[in-house]
Ligand binder design. Structure first.
Ligand code: GAL
Length: 694
């Protein structure tokens, strides 16, 4: 938050609604959620704006999102600003009772800027430069680009920061971590290293440069690491990724600070992040009021359930994003959700009828505050020609997806009238299953450059555990280290390679106090610089897990290994750790192949009032992980559901919500006291069931 008035606002919010645990000021909890839609007035004839806003309002949308890529229209020449058109658009939106989210346009600098200051362009690793004619070609590491951006943003904030028709701001568009190889980025990287290490000797020690004559005598000798060079120093790459992520967060923070100097406290500042969890910039801005994400569900991938599952999408795609973004500070929304076909996928298929509504309910189920449709009108020209809108190419006919949006909005209106319980009001049986997954993107970065098995995939590994938890009907928070994890009865720590003594001590305290800690393979091997500890491999965890590591092994996918647990066999090939358990440590799973047949793969013991389980193996399909977690929950006497793949359940505001992404009909085990408000049981593909429990 940063600013005094915001802190005050937050305090007031907390006082007013102590049970809620979230700042309720931007999005009143009683509204449950709100739905908006993207509009690019600059793309359309001004005579059509009023008609378009009217149509949005008729369909039930409550806000519109404008000014996202309009720098060329806002500042057509350097220092010359034109706001009349935007004034007019805001006025017409307000006339139609639509609130407005305004944006900062920094993803699309105008051509005068790029031609006058070509040094702002991103340079690729191979030396080629990006150019005007697409978007997102300017470097966040370039001080001049920052300066020009902030100058324009100050003008915007001065004009609209006091305007209560504007509910908030979106910075840039899908701000990503950039790998710019231009001179400004290189200079920035050297300064970053100077600040981090102080002396070149400590950098040399951290990067292990004594090997291969890599030793540096001055910071000025260091260049940006070439990611395409196979043997590039992995420690240097980690620092480069840290630097690059920081460039993005600091650009966003400066934008936010500019706006907040002029904005009334009711206006929020956020940005719309692609849920690329491993990029490393999500959650680290200091000046955003909350985070939103963008999500596309149908674009040709085959990750849905069944042969036509690609029309519905991966059942965990929205759910995981919800569980990743919500814990950042309790408020989140989805800033872009497709209403139909996209234009950029490999196979831009039609979503299955009902899928758009299913996604909207999935976003809602996670506890979100808003969803915004991308986009209102299908464009007639330009890169997004084939992209569906809420209305089609005539600008007036509502698309099938548009109708599904409208239906969802009507259903929310019905719920708003029917009943109200606070956001965190959920049944005790659901709450008891609460788990957290501890996540630090740096683990994935480090593993990425030294996989040891090309088939290893950190995100897929985490998803094995996540999918199991969701099949239990468990609420899950994906949390960062700075969170206090003591409030979670179950804590999963997957492939947590980089550790320090402080973190190990916190894990010990967690288990000792009664927490159920589940470590998974590749945990605890290295320090924060990515170096092994001098001692037995992984020794920092020995005491906590009740075993020593013997070694790890890898198999080929065509001849996988086998682990046995409770008389069942499970295949694996990506990673397997072999343990020497202490006396008193239970062995839950053993290897069945090679020279380590019969040795421990999965171990478990009690630790203080809690338990510690270490799953040393990554199974082929996640079935083993599910059985391990089931055992952990059983031992803790916490009953779980057994939902088939594609069926999900969540609770919020006292509502239960079941979602069916599967290709089969499913009879949801509704509690006896459930009163169905929306939908019917059993659920067909794309069906949604909403109930409250009396
Ligand atoms: C998003 C992007 C939007 C739009 C959309 C099309 O990734 O943020 O600006 O291009 O894709 O699906």
């Amino acid at each position: 938050m940063g600013k005094k008035h915001r802190t005050l606002l937050l305090l007031l919010g907390l006082l007013a609604l102590p049970a809620l645990g979230r700042n309720d000021n931007y999005f009143p909890d009683k509204d449950l959620t709100t739905v908006g839609v993207y509009y690019y007035p600059e793309q359309w004839n001004a005579s059509e704006w009023d008609r378009d806003f009217k149509k949005m309002a008729e369909l039930g949308f409550e806000f519109t999102h404008i000014g996202e890529f309009a720098w060329a229209q806002l500042e057509p020449e350097e220092g010359v600003y034109r706001f009349a058109w935007l004034d007019k658009a805001i006025e017409l939106a307000a006339k139609n009772k639509l609130k407005v989210i305004l944006c900062t346009s920094t993803a699309t600098p105008p051509v005068w800027l790029t031609r006058k200051y070509p040094e702002i362009l991103i340079t690729n690793e191979n030396g080629t430069k990006l150019d005007h004619g697409a978007r997102q070609h300017a470097s966040f590491s370039n001080p001049l680009y920052k300066e020009l951006s902030l100058r324009m943003i100050v003008e915007l904030a001065k004009r609209y920061g006091k305007d209560n028709r504007i509910i908030g701001w979106q910075l840039d568009n899908e701000p990503a971590v950039q790998y710019d190889y231009g001179p400004a980025a290189e200079k920035g990287f050297r300064n970053f290293l100077r600040q981090k290490y102080g002396t070149i000797d400590s950098l040399n020690a951290a990067w292990g440069t004594a090997f291969w004559s890599q030793v540096y005598s001055r910071f000025d000798e260091i260049t940006l690491p070439k990611l395409s060079m196979m043997f590039m120093n992995p420690h240097q790459i980690m620092d480069y990724r840290r630097f690059a992520a920081q460039q993005t967060t600091s650009f966003l923070d400066s934008q936010s600070n500019c706006i907040k100097q002029y904005a009334i406290p009711q206006q929020f500042v956020t940005s719309n992040f692609i849920p690329n969890y491993e990029e490393g910039h999500i959650g680290d801005c200091k000046e955003l009021d909350f985070y939103s994400y963008t999500r596309y569900m149908v674009f040709g991938d085959q990750t849905g359930v069944g042969v036509k599952g690609f029309r519905v999408g991966d059942p965990l795609r929205i759910s995981y994003a919800n569980d990743f973004f919500r814990p950042i500070n309790g408020i989140y929304g989805v800033m872009e959700l497709q209403p139909g076909q996209v234009n950029w996928g490999e196979v831009n298929a039609q979503p299955l009828p009902g899928a758009v509504r299913l996604w909207l309910w999935s976003v809602f189920a996670g506890g979100s505050d808003f969803t915004c449709a991308y986009r209102f009108r299908q464009p007639l020209a330009g890169m997004e020609q084939y992209h569906y809108g809420i209305v089609g190419t005539d600008g007036v006919t509502t698309t099938r997806g548009g109708l599904e949006y409208s239906r969802f909005i009507q259903e929310i209106n019905l719920l708003r009238k029917a009943y109200y319980a606070p956001r965190l009001h959920v049944p005790a049986s659901y709450k008891a299953r609460q788990a957290a997954i501890l996540f630090n993107h740096e683990n994935a970065w480090n593993i990425d450059r030294q996989k040891q098995n090309k088939y290893w995939d950190t995100e897929a590994h985490i998803q094995h555990y996540y999918a199991a938890l969701k099949s239990f009907g468990a609420p899950v928070d994906v949390i960062r280290e700075k969170e206090d994890f003591r409030k979670y009865p179950f804590l999963i720590v997957p492939a947590y390679q980089l550790i320090d003594d402080g973190l190990v001590a916190r894990w010990k305290a967690y288990a000792a106090a009664g927490g159920h800690l589940v470590f998974t393979c590749r945990t605890g091997q290295k320090d924060r610089f990515g170096r092994f500890f001098e001692g037995k491999f992984g020794y920092k965890l020995f005491d906590l897990i009740g075993a020593e590591f013997d070694f790890f092994d890898l198999q080929h996918p065509e001849s996988p290994g086998c682990v046995r647990m409770d008389n069942q066999s499970y295949q694996w090939y990506t990673w397997g750790e072999v343990f020497i358990p202490d006396k008193g440590t239970e062995v839950w799973g053993t290897y069945q192949d090679d020279f380590y047949t019969g040795k421990a793969a999965i171990i478990h013991h009690t630790y203080g009032k809690g338990t510690v389980t270490y799953v040393g193996v990554d199974s082929k399909n996640g079935d083993l992980e599910k059985e391990v977690l089931k055992k952990v929950y059983n031992l803790a006497h916490v009953p779980v559901l057994d939902l088939p793949r594609g069926v999900l359940v969540e609770y919020r505001n006292g509502f239960g919500i079941a979602l069916n992404y599967a290709d089969t009909v499913y009879q949801f085990p509704l509690p006896a006291n459930a009163q169905v408000l929306i939908g019917k049981n059993p659920l067909s593909t794309t069906d949604v069931l909403v109930w409250k429990e009396k």
